[in-house]
Design a binder for this molecule. Sequence first.
Ligand SMILES: Nc1ncnc2c1ncn2[C@@H]1O[C@H](COP(=O)(O)OP(=O)(O)OP(=O)(O)O)[C@@H](O)[C@H]1O
Ligand SMILES: CC(C)(CO)[C@@H](O)C(=O)[O-]
Ligand code: BAL
Length: 284
Amino acid sequence: MAPLVLRTVAETVAWAESIRRSGRRLALVPTMGYLHEGHVSLMREGRRRADVVAASIFVNPTQFGPKEDLSRYPRDLEGDLAKCASAGVEAVFAPVPAEVYPPGYQTYVDVEQVSQGLCGARRPGHFRGVATVVTKLLCIFKPQLALFGEKDYQQLQVIRALERDLNLGVEIIGMPTVREPDGLAMSSRNAYLSPEDRQRALALSRGLAAAQALYRSGTRETSALVGAARRELEAAGLREDYVELVDATSLTPLPAIGPGQTARMLVAAFAGTTRLIDNQPIGG
Ligand SMILES: Nc1ncnc2c1ncn2[C@@H]1O[C@H](COP(=O)(O)OP(=O)(O)OP(=O)(O)O)[C@@H](O)[C@H]1O
Ligand SMILES: CC(C)(CO)[C@@H](O)C(=O)[O-]
Ligand code: BAL
């Protein structure tokens, strides 16, 4: 069935309240639209864990820097609604920016520690925008659970922190990255890639796999593990934004992987003008 399309905060609050009053568990999947199988996996898991799934489709202006791709971010509301319908989403909140940030808007959420470094350092203000809009969405829907992808790994840690620090009482579920058959992490921004850059972009997942293979062969030093990933980016002609090995929860940089340490490698690189990110655990 086609999802109910909610355009205003007031009707969304009322809809969510009616779900709560009926005693049903609500799951929320926040997105920026141009949906792909990664988004759909979150929606299906939401259906499995709750009685009702809602999604939001909102290209959030406050998380884009002045030189970033806000105006050309891909959009396809009609196609997105069809995908939501087939994933069993009951309602979609698709507001215009002035509905979320009306005149006089002045409140922002800053998650101070895990927002630093990595994408936070390269995209100043990005996580402030993400944290603000996610907090608002959780306040509007008051869902029992909300699902996010590990593809945006730092974002997931930011959201876990804001939920905990602000006592929002929402279960935050992190879901594995859905990949194309050749390993490229699905992303709405893959739509920007020329066929040549699409091919080059495979170096992100290949680099992470090379680092993991080196770990398996006994290497524990960050410089060598990061070097293995970097070599793949360079060989493919991608411009590195960062390659870092960090503690999987605090996101602090690690000089080496110690015994029992959960480490994660995060990478960001430009294929042409398109900035892509990927990450995976290193260890085990
Ligand atoms: N490949 C993926 N696998 C699993 N979840 C994903 C994947 N890609 C995105 N998500 C998750 O979907 C949610 C909405 O993300 P968003 O709409 O920004 O999509 P995106 O494909 O990440 O777009 P972008 O190109 O902006 O990175 C986020 O929680 C994000 O982590
Ligand atoms: C979580 C989110 C929907 C907030 O705008 C966005 O950052 C995204 O799509 O990952
Ligand atoms: N998927 C994360 C949203 C962004 O890059 O702005």
